[in-house]
Design a protein around this ligand. Sequence first.
Ligand SMILES: Nc1nc2c(ncn2[C@@H]2O[C@H](COP(=O)(O)OP(=O)(O)OP(=O)(O)O)[C@@H](O)[C@H]2O)c(=O)[nH]1
Ligand SMILES: [Mg+2]
Length: 461
Amino acid sequence: MTDNNSEQTHELILEKARTSLAEVMASLDLTDADRTAFADQIDEVQVMMDKLERGVVHIAAFGMVSRGKSALLNALLGREVFETGATHGTTLERQSASWHVNHEAVDGGEIHTFAEASETGPTVELIDTPGLNEVDGEARAKMAADIARRADLLLFVVSGDMLRPELDALAELREADKPIVVVFNMVDLYPDADRTKIHDKIRNERVRELIQPEDVVLAAGCPRPVKVLTRGADGLTTEQWEQPEPIIADLKLKILEVLQREGQALTALNTMLYVADVHDQIIERKLALRDEAADTLVWRFTITKAVAVACNPIAVADVAGGLGTDIAMVFALGKLYGVPMTRVGVGKLVVEIGKMAGLFTATEVGTHFLIGMAKSFFAASSFFTGGASVAAYASVAPVQAFAAGYSSRVIGEATKIYLRNGASWGPAGPKTVVKHILDTLDKDSIVRRIKDELQSRLGTG
Ligand SMILES: Nc1nc2c(ncn2[C@@H]2O[C@H](COP(=O)(O)OP(=O)(O)OP(=O)(O)O)[C@@H](O)[C@H]2O)c(=O)[nH]1
Ligand SMILES: [Mg+2]
């Protein structure tokens, strides 16, 4: 791909990411409360989007303590930025440094170094992390997941054949869905034959299920100094310790290849993955809040109906009043769940649920009657909420009121499921849904709550 072409591709990716991000955020229809609850995540989306705009790629090194992670990153940087040490736990928190990778490029499997930074190359931020076994259990998993989520490429550093905890940690990191390169570091410590054996074992067995064999590379970020004997002009031999050059060509090549091939596409993809995650969290919270509001609404109608029935001694009006309340409840739930419902639809739904639950039979209350009720409900609603004559009917049939309240609760619960499912009963069908509600609702506690409410409103038991 020519530079021009790849520039165009990057611009296209960026444009696509920008529009889909804007669409996703708009589709969430965030309220002020949502913005407060998700302030951190929304900020993070902004940070990632800025990173994408600036073309910054994040590469994070992970691994157990003392695998030479910090030394390896220093070798890539070409300067001592991160502290290294012989004891475990030298790096205690996440640190980062900029790598001027845009001075280098891969061509035909060779690394070329330029004096001037290329205009189009990505800016790379190298992230050093504490050893995975340095931080405990939950905090470790969270730290690793947080860093992995922000990073675009992960380097998993080992310094010999892999241990079980390393394989487990690698499998955990795989969950982040980011490209991973496994670095077999400190290869200077092994004779050639052992080095090859370990390399083969890691790529062909240990990580076989997780990583492509070609993504396991050999390196030595800071090889052990070697003793060099030099013979002087006087013929005497002197001993000197020399620090060999790091072995990082394969790793650099791998990283540059990934960056050149996928650079901004990777960042764009990662930003989108993160946004999708935030989107799901916000939707989940919104659904939970909507369900809470629906519960309050169903309970309000349950009590309204119980009070109406307790206060109305005329049998027909009991049915009419009760059903009118159920219909109004279903209308209100439809509004809450954003499912527009016609009056005919509401009547039919109430009949369907009522029949399934055995709350009334078709001959007692026909569909037409219900649809008529739906039409006249709003005109007559003052009848139920008037309240002036409530005390006069206080002594009438509380049992009927309990039954009426309970039936509203059943209709309310079933309607919630129907609406949450996008105005459908789903594959289980209405019978199973209603049966499940009847099996799980605690009738006694509902009746007790209605009784308490009636007592406080009407001054009767
Ligand atoms: N022989 C050899 N030693 C190395 C190599 N890389 C690092 N070391 C040494 O290994 C020790 C640990 O290196 P660090 O880079 O601090 O390791 P780390 O993984 O960052 O360790 P923590 O931060 O403690 O988790 C240091 O003494 C390094 O000099 C290498 O390639 N070969
Ligand atoms: Mg370190």
